[in-house]
Design a protein around this ligand. Sequence first.
Ligand SMILES: Nc1ncnc2c1ncn2[C@@H]1O[C@H](COP(=O)(O)OP(=O)(O)OP(=O)(O)O)[C@@H](O)[C@H]1O
Length: 344
Amino acid sequence: MKAEFQLARGAFALDVALTVEPGEVVAVVGPNGSGKSTLLNLIAGLVRPDAGHLQLGGRDLLGTPPHQRGIGLLAQEPLLFPHLTVLANVEFGPRAQRRADHREIALRWLEEVDALALAGRRPRQLSGGQAQRVALARALAAEPELMLLDEPLTALDVDAAPAVRGLLRRVLRAQNRPAIMVTHDALDALVLADRVIVLEAGRIVEQGPARAVLTRPRSAFAARIAGLNLVAGTTVEGGLRSSAGVVIAGLGSAGVGEEGVAVFSPAAVAVHRANPHGSPRNALRVRLAGMEPHGDLIRLRADDGLAADITPAAAAELELEPGEQVWFVVKATEVGVHAANGGV
Ligand SMILES: Nc1ncnc2c1ncn2[C@@H]1O[C@H](COP(=O)(O)OP(=O)(O)OP(=O)(O)O)[C@@H](O)[C@H]1O
């Protein structure tokens, strides 16, 4: 997909050029009002730009109405047709395209999203996570050339989100169709996207591989949503082996032997001068590179990029100096281990 849009609407102006390669998943992040929804709506054909162009699979789409663009949308809410069964919902797209094999297509996609057993139910008989899986199957059954995802996990509760995130990752990766996802969640960007684009006031201010943008953010917004500790490596039973060979115990649904990432918040890190032997925690030996104020806390930065947020009192007590070796200690229950995409 290749797009360029200019749009002025009162005080808001959008000016964006964007190319998404086949099979590539791009996450769009940015502050409220930066134009993320407007960008998705321009691509979907729900908003018309003042100028620009949009090419998808060799077709020029700007004059094409939304339903003929071959673009699928997964919104925050599943928006299933309440009076139709799950199967009929998923069959809707291929039926509208007069595909003789609409039933087979629908069953295949329901199977793909682990929802075959739900085929005979009505949407009101589904949990939030089940409904979102069915909505994904419905979008993909129409075989769109491009998928748009608008905060697809936001409406799910914390128990349902990991399974749907894992499913999205599997399904999006298995596809050759490009996808663009708006999200406010650094983890979604990291796990699902190859590339992250940061939008501010209608313009792209930063873009790059998800891990690079989230660990070395250059824009203020990326810095705000990022700030997570990320350790790349290979998933092992109960954790991840970093590329430096250190095993970090954590929780997650990733399989074993996958390219992955361990994620934890700087606030979950305790800092010790000596190795707290015998503790059932992860202890990572690091060299301090710097210290800076971070809200009411002090952020310690290690030379491998890891960060720890500790109170000024704790920092004073430790009498830390840059260049010193210390231990960053974090409980396994505070570490998420995820299979990861792009640039990890
Ligand atoms: N229908 C509309 N008419 C006029 N202005 C609009 C309309 N919809 C959005 N805007 C304005 O356009 C700008 C971009 O809004 P948009 O919804 O695209 O941002 P967003 O990044 O998706 O924000 P959020 O994260 O809050 O969803 C905002 O200044 C908003 O007030």
